[in-house]
Design a protein around this ligand. Sequence first.
Ligand SMILES: [Mn+2]
Length: 192
Amino acid sequence: MNRIGKIERKTNETNISVEINLDGTGKYEINTPIPFFSHMLELLAKTSAMDVSVKVSGDLEHHMIEDTGIALGQTLKQAIGTKEGIQRYGFFLLPMDECLAQCAIDWCNRSTLVFKCKFKYEKVEGMSTDLIEHFFKSLSENASMTINLQLLEGDNEHHKAEALFKAFGKALRMAMQKDPNLKGIPSTKGTI
Ligand SMILES: [Mn+2]
C-alpha cells in the first residue's frame, strides 16, 4: 500500500497544494515563484526518493516558504499514518563539495528543531537565508518530527543550503523506511 499524503491549503496570503508518495522513486513536480526554493524542494524529493508535487502562489516570500513547510509537514504526517513497522530514526552525514551537513531525525510525534547553520548573507540566489530555518521549523511542527540539522563545515552559501536539504532528504528516507523485522509501533510505549 502506497503511503500518500495530499493537502490543499488556501489562506488570504498563500495558495498551496502538496501531494507526496513516501514509496515513490524521487519523481517531482515543483512549481513555486522562488527558483532557489524550488531547487531545494527538488533536491529534497530526489534524496528522500519520495514522489513530490508542490504548487505554491502567494503574496510574500516569507508566507510562501513558511506555509509550504506547514503543508509539507501535514502531508508527511498524513502519509506516515500509524508509523507501524518504520525505522522511526534516520540520520545522514552529507558531503557537498567543501560542505559537510549532518541530519538526525526522530519521527516521534513530538516537534523539536535544532538548527545550526550560519549564513553569511541575507540572500542566497535571491531567497532569504533566514527562511531556511523557518521552513524546517514549520515542517517539524506539522509533521510532529524531531529534526537536528547542522552544517558542520562549509563556505559557499548555495552549497550550504543544498547540503542541508539533501542531508534532511536522506535522513527522512531512512526514518520512513519500513523494516520487516520491526513489528508494530516503534515505541515501548505502544503508541507514538
Ligand atoms: Mn544547486
